[in-house]
Design a protein around this ligand. Sequence first.
Ligand code: NAP
Length: 259
Amino acid sequence: MLTPIAGKSVIVTGGSKGIGRGIAELFASKGAKVTIASRSSEAAGTACSAILAAGGTARHVPTDVSEWNDVNDLVKNTIQTYGGVDVLCANAGVFPQTKIVDMEPDDWDHVLSTNLKSSFLCVKACIPAFEAAGSGRVILTSSITGPVTGFPGWSHYGASKSGQLGFLKTAAMELSKYNTTINAVMPGNIYTEGLDGLGEEYLDTMASSIPMKRLGDVADIANAALFFASDEAGYITGQQLIVDGGQILPESLEAIDEI
Ligand code: NAP
């Protein structure tokens, strides 16, 4: 049993949908004060209403995580409202699919800014809060795509997700000065609004290629994030955890049929 996270102030970027919403709901169900950071207020409003209806604490701060001023305001606003930031879940991300031959430089910049630059901006903005509190926790949502696997159309995405892991190692060293840990969860294919947009055929084919024979659930990732946020994980930093139902394990297509 983990030490309760109740009362802690937790920022979840991309907390309005999918994995981020799963993280926000799990942390709120454990008594954390959750700040959801995303661009659109509609989905965030729905996510906050669901948390409030379940007896939790949550609010939305409209934020574009690729913009320094937005991120800085998000953190300042959270300190004013909840007294600090104890946990940062840097989760917001996009995964438009475009092959290199068709990819424009702006496509690359959009994905790298949203998925990678945002990790730096969010961590940087939270450092004063971690220093003031004397501790902190950061959980990045990376991916298996990039660091471990490839998929046509996701070269920019894969680069951004590998980049997060490169950032992680040095960030872990620098954040240790503030008694703060930073770790990454690397999801396989998790059923979310974003993944749903890739179509039924993609989802079915992907599920059949996973040894556990199902796509992941947002709670599978949220549970890993909750562990990294716990007091008990206080000596784990700079690490990455794959949560993928065994998706990266098969050596070949035939290997799956042998199960
Ligand atoms: P999703 O369902 O599409 O949700 C994405 C979230 O990020 C939304 O809340 C969205 O809200 C927010 N967001 C996007 N761009 C933003 C920006 N510039 N500023 C602030 N918020 C922004 O995605 P998901 O599937 O849950 O993925 C979440 C994270 O997990 C991503 O980092 C993704 O790379 C990673 N991941 C997902 C999977 C998977 O299978 N689903 C696998 C591996 C890794 P707004 O659009 O309103 O801003």
